[in-house]
Design a protein around this ligand. Structure first.
Ligand SMILES: Cc1cc2nc3c(=O)[nH]c(=O)nc-3n(C[C@H](O)[C@H](O)[C@H](O)COP(=O)(O)OP(=O)(O)OC[C@H]3O[C@@H](n4cnc5c(N)ncnc54)[C@H](O)[C@@H]3O)c2cc1C
Length: 381
């Protein structure tokens, strides 16, 4: 399928990335799933090849290329498996907070190592008591001389176990009205006194992606680690969550394309009642319905990526893409599993893992219900 925002350079880049992943990722992916972790060595190999944060300015070690290259990376990683999502989260979700809101000193201190993979990043918004209602977070940060003293707990944090640097949403003003004006973003580094990691969480899917609880007990964070201005954290999150949601939509679309392709291959090779399963009209209709949804999803997504890269306001369309494409992908996973018969329920077949992994797309980066509330508001309802 052709993407309007990609040219020959992106395609050459895709081929070299695919070759790299065939050598460094595909053969090990099952082991990573069993280990519940992608090793740091893979991160640094990605960094050496320029596959982390490629859009970062050359003066911080990046390649300074357009976001189309990031789209290619996220698509190719998704083809390996959704458990690689933490890498896209690093390059295209967390690091952009530093690029957009960091001071020159913060950028020089952190960005070069984010590009090489020596620093792995995470973003911590969700708490045990609140996820969707972000303005209601309870983690506090009180200024004490040159340091913020942070107290609270975060949960479901992608890259939580391995992260060296975490952008943490905290409350710096408990009295703020409206509440979201009390939210700020602090960068907390791995050796901050009072910071510890809780459980590595046991998930239904995304087994190779580490997800953890984080605990802050009188954690001392230098005040220079504040990102941007106090009280503007919520606004920063709302701005950057657009790219996060777009990334989830890109992952869901790519996963749906992979599942359909694998299922077409399977139904052509599997025989029942003396003929390939692909010859039954039900199989053909199911495949046709999925192919139609996927083709329409791709057209919408490609247009949206192009608009995002042009800097247009895409809040409504991103919310639409996020809920609709993850919804389509969930249906595709279910239909594809059914068309595999009993083998679809066996872990040896990729569709089993994808069926588990696809569910979370509707939940993280803002649930699909929250996407619908945003769209409704923007439609004037
Ligand atoms: C694998 C995984 C990785 C994650 N990674 C991260 C991460 O790196 N960083 C991070 O900060 N968070 C992360 N999260 C958290 C994720 O973003 C939240 O789980 C999500 O935002 C939902 O919050 P919640 O779990 O508290 O659900 P709740 O907010 O408790 O929602 C429960 C249900 O109520 C519905 N609901 C809530 N409010 C409304 C409303 N106004 N209208 C209609 N329905 C509503 C929801 O849609 C949902 O169905 C991750 C989660 C998972 C599962």
């Amino acid at each position: 399928m052709k993407h309007p925002y990609l040219n020959e350079d992106h395609e050459i880049f895709r081929q070299s990335l695919r070759k790299f992943l065939e050598k460094e990722a595909y053969p090990f992916y099952e082991q990573w799933e069993e280990n519940r972790l992608i090793p740091r060595s893979f991160w640094t190999k990605m960094g050496e090849q320029g596959f982390l944060c490629p859009d970062i300015d050359e003066k911080y070690g990046g390649s300074g290329v357009d976001w189309g290259f990031s789209v290619v990376i996220n698509e190719e990683l998704e083809r390996v498996g959704t458990g690689t999502i933490g890498i896209g989260l690093h390059s295209d979700i967390v690091v952009p907070y530093i690029t957009a809101y960091g001071t020159e000193e913060q950028k020089q201190r952190w960005l070069p190592k984010c590009v090489t993979g020596e620093i792995i990043t995470a973003i911590a918004m969700t708490e045990p008591g609140t996820g969707s209602d972000l303005a209601n977070i309870k983690t506090t940060a009180k200024l004490d001389g040159d340091h913020y003293i942070v107290n609270g707990q975060k949960t479901f944090i992608t890259n939580g176990i391995q992260a060296d640097l975490i952008v943490v949403a905290v409350k710096t003003d408990l009295q703020a009205v409206p509440k979201h004006k009390g939210v700020s973003l602090l960068v907390i580094e791995r050796d901050a006194p009072g910071f510890s990691r809780g459980r590595k969480l046991n998930k239904v899917g995304l087994h190779s992606q580490d997800t953890a609880e984080l605990i802050f007990e009188d954690c001392r964070v230098p005040k220079e680690n504040l990102l941007g201005e106090e009280g503007k954290g919520f606004l920063y999150l709302m701005e950057k969550l657009q790219q996060e949601r777009l990334l989830v939509a890109i992952g869901a679309q790519t996963a749906a394309e992979v599942m359909l392709q694998k299922t077409i291959e399977y139904v052509k090779s599997r025989e029942a009642f003396g003929k390939p399963v692909s010859q039954f009209q039900n199989t053909q209709f199911k495949i046709v319905e999925m192919a139609t949804d996927i083709e329409m999803g791709r057209a919408f997504l490609d247009q949206l990526i192009a608009e995002h890269m042009e800097g247009k306001n895409v809040v409504t369309k991103v919310s639409m893409a996020k809920w609709k494409l993850t919804d389509i992908a969930k249906k595709v996973a279910s239909e594809c599993m059914q068309l595999h018969g009993g083998y679809g329920y066996m872990e040896e077949y990729e569709i089993a893992r994808r069926f588990r992994d696809i569910q979370v797309g509707a939940i993280y980066a803002g649930t699909n219900e929250i996407m619908k509330t945003i769209i409704a508001k923007n439609l004037g309802l």
